[in-house]
Design a protein around this ligand. Structure first.
Ligand SMILES: C[S@@+](CC[C@H](N)C(=O)[O-])C[C@H]1O[C@@H](n2cnc3c(N)ncnc32)[C@H](O)[C@@H]1O
Length: 217
């Protein structure tokens, strides 16, 4: 975990600039696309929120009253905190540096967000994270998820998309020592772990995918 912390600390200063390289804007567009469909919720946990672009949009949309913003990188947290410093909003935001151990046993949330976070992990770790999200969601809680997705087919476009995903893994494995080696079918893993889709949408020829899930009753 220490190697990942240091890696993401190094990336924090340039992270927003990297998103200017095409198709980087898709990272922002896809994670903000479903915000208008969110109902107002009391408490929210954002895991691996990074430099705070999504946080800013969620605050401006006025969809939550209290947010716990969790990230292992203190430099990412600094960026996120600076991004919302002058923002006019009525939400209480608490920044926590660390991983799931920073969430206490009795804490539950009405909304949990992971954007471009679950793709960092191996299958074993992914399953742990999805179980954690299920445990930490209140009964009526929603799971807001955005990530890359595997593109099937034999067109030039799918070839380019899959090449892009390979390049991203090469880059992140070398800069941040993430444990994920290739992109897992995250949607399927989430559905198989007891969630059902409330809303979903693909972006940029399905390279990006965002969904709001709830726990199956
Ligand atoms: C690829 S970035 C995504 C950032 C942001 N969600 C976005 O979409 O731009 C992954 C983020 O997860 C954080 N992170 C990595 N491992 C983590 C862990 N175990 N617990 C909490 N945060 C973690 C990193 O510091 C980084 O900010």
């Amino acid at each position: 975990m220490e190697r990942q912390r240091k890696g993401f600390n190094r990336l924090a200063a340039i992270y927003d600039y990297l998103l200017l390289i095409p198709p980087g804007k898709g990272f922002i567009k896809s994670q903000e696309g479903l915000i208008p469909l969110l109902p107002v919720k009391k408490s929210c946990l954002i895991i691996g929120g990074g430099t705070g672009t999504f946080l800013k949009s969620l605050l401006l949309a006025g969809k939550v009253k209290r947010i716990v913003y969790l990230d292992i990188s203190e430099h990412m947290l600094d960026q996120a905190s600076a991004k919302i410093k002058d923002l006019n909003h009525e939400c209480l935001v608490e920044f926590r540096r660390g991983s799931f151990d920073k969430i206490t046993e009795d804490e539950k949330f009405d909304l949990i967000v992971t954007n471009f976070f679950l793709d960092l992990f191996s299958l074993t770790e992914l399953k742990i994270w999805i179980r954690f999200i299920g445990d930490k969601l209140s009964d009526e809680g929603l799971f807001y998820f955005t990530d890359l997705q595997i593109v099937r087919g034999k067109t030039f476009r799918t070839f380019m998309n899959n090449m892009y995903i390979k390049v991203l893994y090469f880059f992140f494995r070398n800069t941040t020592a993430i444990s994920g080696k290739t992109l897992i079918d995250l949607r399927t893993e989430i559905l198989q772990s007891g969630f059902t889709v409330v809303h979903e949408k693909g972006y940029m020829k399905e390279l990006f995918y965002s969904a709001i899930f709830k726990k199956r009753s």
